[in-house]
Design a binder for this molecule. Structure first.
Ligand code: GSH
Length: 223
């Protein structure tokens, strides 16, 4: 049986959501973050080579990286509706959004957050310099990529209910946490009305609600 090793307030909520959407039995172990560093505790870091959340175990298998875990769980579940097949016309949209979640949107968002922390926590005298670097990197590198992806998504969602057509897929799961966090941080303005509606639809899903209930204290903390 698959066991989710679930770190509080983390991207692991995606996997909990997927498991709840699938509805098959699974094991669940909850871990709190280190209260000083807010990183995963040592017991969590020892689970996998990367030391990051999420992690699943399944017999001798230990797997980290959100999208690898999503693919593994969908493989095991036999739920072919969650991933358009190779000859499905929706396959390209599916692949694009599934990978854009973890290949562009989430890393850019995390990078921006870390740059903000660096400026905030740097010694007083060098803070103006670090802040300048933060602003430059955000405006030259991060924001254009976020804007491009969010604009394309908003356009996509004018013609389809989900990211890959009118069917809920694992691309919606991969993107879910990222958009949820973007919304919480105020990064989604009225410029993206379709995305805001889409997030409301995703948050109303019984699977997402069940994941929040099982987690019990999800607020969302990036890193
Ligand atoms: N690309 C990785 C990112 C993993 C990641 O950065 N996870 C964060 C939680 S959102 C984490 O483990 N933070 C705690 C730590 O680094 O100790 C994935 O999707 O699994």
């Amino acid at each position: 049986m698959i066991t989710l090793h679930h770190l509080e307030n983390s991207q692991s909520i995606r996997i909990l959501w997927l498991l709840e959407e699938i509805g098959a039995p699974y094991g669940f172990e909850m871990y709190d973050r280190d209260t000083k560093t807010m990183l995963a505790p040592q017991a969590y870091k020892a689970l996998s080579p990367l030391g990051t959340a999420p992690v699943i175990t399944d017999g001798a298998v230990v797997l980290s990286e959100s999208n690898a875990i999503i693919d593994y769980i969908v493989d095991q579940s036999g739920r072919s509706d969650l991933r358009p097949a190779a000859d499905d016309p929706l396959r390209a949209d599916y692949l694009f959004w599934f990978h854009t979640a973890q290949g562009t949107l989430q890393p850019m968002q995390t990078f921006g957050f870390v740059l903000g922390l660096a400026a905030e926590r740097s010694p007083f005298l060098v803070r103006p310099v670090i802040s300048k670097v933060e602003q430059t990197l955000k405006s030259v590198f991060i924001q254009p990529r976020l804007t491009a992806a969010l604009t394309a998504m908003d356009i996509q969602l004018t013609t389809s209910e989900f990211l890959a057509g009118d069917r809920f897929t694992a691309a919606d799961i991969a993107m879910g946490y990222t958009l949820h966090m973007a919304k919480l941080r105020g990064a989604l303005s009225d410029k993206y009305p379709q995305i805001l509606d889409y997030i409301t639809r995703m948050e109303a899903r019984p699977g997402w609600q069940a994941a929040l209930e099982k987690d019990g204290k999800f607020e969302g903390v990036p890193s």
